[in-house]
Design a protein around this ligand. Structure first.
Ligand code: AMP
Length: 386
């Protein structure tokens, strides 16, 4: 089987490596000026011209199916390709999940819980009534790692921002969450479903810093609810592949923040050799191979390597594995991650705390350096959430 992957970043790289290990071959489709250094060694690369996307398909030769590393793609390209070859997840699934407003509408239709939200195309007086302040204003399609989002405290602030943008934004109530979780699940071409245990995620400046699975603070009933959410969304979209759903937990409530129709950073902990990785699971799901249920009694985790790092940090220690993407170093950019696995949650949390202090909070080179009086560095968020 030959799989085309649209995209050339680290997610494309890790999907391709999983596909090659399963005995498939791969090629890549990229937009003009896309940085391809993560994938050049893995298969041929074809540039997509938006006015003639079929040209790249023809140049690539025989392909059994196409998958994607990101949802922010030109839908017209996907729709054109879909006339020639299967795409997983489908253009319809991407259409809904690439746009926060369409995604929230779908969740409302499915009666799945989100924070109160509204599109700014409505009258300004409904913003306060329906959402209230403080709130978060989000671009419907742009933005990742907290970009293209604004904390807002009044109708005037919203109006000032919307005046600079040529289309509707999504206004969402600010959620004073206890912690954040995600669930990574997969659905195959045959409708088979598997769930990884929910993962607790901690962000810094809107960027994922570290994850722990199973999520230490999540009780059974909330875990069950997360699985119900994932199952409902995937069945509704007739979804094929891996999906990540990011949520806020506040008290005994789960509120869905965002759906990622793809493999996801908060699932990188599955790359430990004890586990079938989300990348292998995705390739299994789209290629018709049976899915592999999750079976691990260990505590798993990941710590992201957020730039600048000119070279990978030293050996991460026993039970850990370093994954380095080979990208150019930039402050705050995800350059790699460390996958962790320990016998107990306590050991894992201690290991993460030490590593995060060393890499960031005690490191004057890091944008996240935080010296406290007395030279002793304690990160409050770490002790609060873990
Ligand atoms: P997003 O790009 O929507 O995933 O947002 C990035 C991060 O910003 C989330 O992981 C949260 O930490 C924070 N965030 C986003 N939306 C909200 C909200 N409505 N209330 C509180 N925090 C939020």
């Amino acid at each position: 089987m030959r799989i085309g992957i649209y995209g050339a970043g680290q997610l494309a790289q890790m999907m391709a490596e999983a596909a090659l290990k399963l005995g498939f071959s791969v090629c890549f489709f990229v937009d003009s000026e896309e940085d391809t250094r993560c994938v050049t060694h893995l298969g041929p690369i074809f540039q997509v011209i938006p006015s003639d996307p079929i040209k790249a398909l023809k140049a690539a030769g025989h392909i059994d199916l196409i998958t994607l590393e990101r949802e922010q793609v030109n839908l017209e390209i996907l729709k054109d390709w879909e006339t020639q070859v299967a795409i997983f997840p489908s253009a319809k699934a991407i259409e809904t999940t690439q746009n926060r407003i369409k995604e929230k509408r779908m969740l409302d239709e499915l009666v799945l819980p989100t924070a109160p939200w509204i599109s700014t195309e409505t009258e300004a007086d409904t913003w306060t009534k329906q959402v209230g302040f403080p709130a978060v204003l989000k671009h419907p399609t742009q933005g990742y790692d907290g970009k293209s989002q604004w904390r807002v405290n009044s109708v005037d602030e919203v109006a000032q921002i919307t005046a600079k943008v040529d289309h509707a934004l999504m206004l969402e109530a600010f959620v004073p969450f206890d912690f954040e979780v995600s669930i990574i699940s997969a659905r195959s071409t045959k409708g088979e479903l598997i769930f990884y245990p929910p993962t607790e995620n901690r962000h810094i400046d809107g960027i994922l810093l570290n994850s722990i699975a199973p999520a230490p603070l999540l009780n059974q009933s909330l875990s069950d609810r997360l699985r119900h959410i994932a199952r409902t969304v995937m069945k509704h979209l007739d979804y094929v592949g891996v999906m990540a759903i990011e949520c806020f937990v506040t008290g005994d409530q789960i509120l869905i923040n965002e759906i990622a129709p793809r493999v996801h950073n908060s699932g990188h902990w599955t790359m430990h050799h004890q586990v079938c990785s989300q990348f292998e699971q995705h390739i299994r799901a789209i290629s018709g191979l049976p899915l592999k249920p999750f079976e691990s009694r260990f505590a798993h985790g990941l710590v992201n390597l957020l730039g600048p790092f000119d070279t990978p940090p030293n050996d991460p220690g026993s039970g850990s594995e370093l994954v380095w993407y080979g990208k150019a170093s930039k402050p705050r950019r995800k350059l790699g991650h460390i996958v962790q696995c320990q016998n107990t949650e306590t050991d894992l949390i201690a290991e993460q705390e030490a590593l995060i202090n060393q890499l960031y909070f005690c490191n004057p080179e890091s944008p996240f350096y935080k010296p406290l009086p007395g030279g002793h560095v304690v990160d409050e968020r770490l002790t609060q959430t873990l």
